[in-house]
Design a protein around this ligand. Structure first.
Ligand code: DC
Length: 238
């Protein structure tokens, strides 16, 4: 009996916590989901959580430029994230928010809401409890995961790409009229990155011990393979 248990302990890969940070348009979401699916890990999109709380603020008539009002309301919505990488979900007060959180209005207001310290404290706590509950390990993507949310992550990746490459990728993801204007997408991305990087509370930043991967010249498949290899090396070393 003890032999069986010891064998299982030796063969099952150890739970691994992977933090993937970087600005938008670097392939963070596609990479994180694919890596988690391939390795049987959970997946958490922390940007979706900030978008969800922003959507709730807008829906409840709260002025997102009023940091005090946002801070006071930050504890009210119940935000729930489903962590299956093949079908991630996000609900606010039990309502599916996956569509509304991707609107232009939410995108343009999320930096203001996510800069409020009370919002960050609330969402960070949620993120830590989700990561702690992931028995087989988890890939968590965001802006401050390696620096603030999970500073003890087993592996930290920081994805980058040129603003032009990022704008072209984002334009491809957008539909209809929005997709045609790469220059406007580029300007909006650069503006949002500047806001996310310059805020006082846990800004977008590369952790000192993160592996930086410049995806400008890489295909998505190449980025996925690179990250899978890095995770497998960490699992083998555990
Ligand atoms: O990844 P995304 O574009 O969906 O993220 C939306 C916004 O949420 C982004 O502009 C900054 C914020 N965000 C954050 O402040 N911290 C995170 N860990 C993830 C996202």
């Amino acid at each position: 009996m003890s032999v069986t248990v010891e064998t299982a302990a030796r063969t099952a890969p150890a739970a691994v916590i992977v933090a993937i940070d970087g600005p938008s348009g670097t392939g963070k979401s596609s990479t994180s989901k694919a890596v988690a699916a391939k390795l049987g890990l959970s997946y958490l999109d922390t940007g979706a959580q900030y978008r969800a709380i922003t959507w709730w603020m807008i829906s409840n008539g709260i002025d997102v430029q009023d940091a005090e009002a946002v801070a006071t309301a930050s504890g009210k919505p119940a935000i729930d994230s489903g962590t299956d990488p093949s079908a991630p979900t996000i609900t606010v007060d039990g309502v599916d928010a996956s569509g509304p959180i991707r609107t232009q209005e939410v995108t343009s207001k999320v930096s203001a809401v996510s800069a409020v310290p009370e919002v960050r404290a609330r969402i960070t706590e949620l993120q830590r409890s989700i990561a702690a509950a992931a028995d087989r390990g988890i890939v968590v993507e965001g802006r401050d995961i390696g620096t603030t949310v999970l500073p003890d992550a087993d592996l930290k990746i920081f994805l980058t790409a040129s603003p032009e490459a990022r704008a072209a990728r984002r334009s491809g993801e957008l539909k209809g009229k929005e997709a045609t204007d790469v220059a406007a997408t580029r300007d909006a991305l650069v503006k949002r990155d500047a806001a996310d990087s310059s805020r006082k509370t846990s800004p977008l930043a590369k952790a000192d011990d993160a592996v930086e991967v410049d995806t400008t010249e890489l295909t998505l498949q190449q980025v996925i393979e690179c990250v899978v290899t890095l995770v497998e090396e960490k699992q083998a070393a555990k």
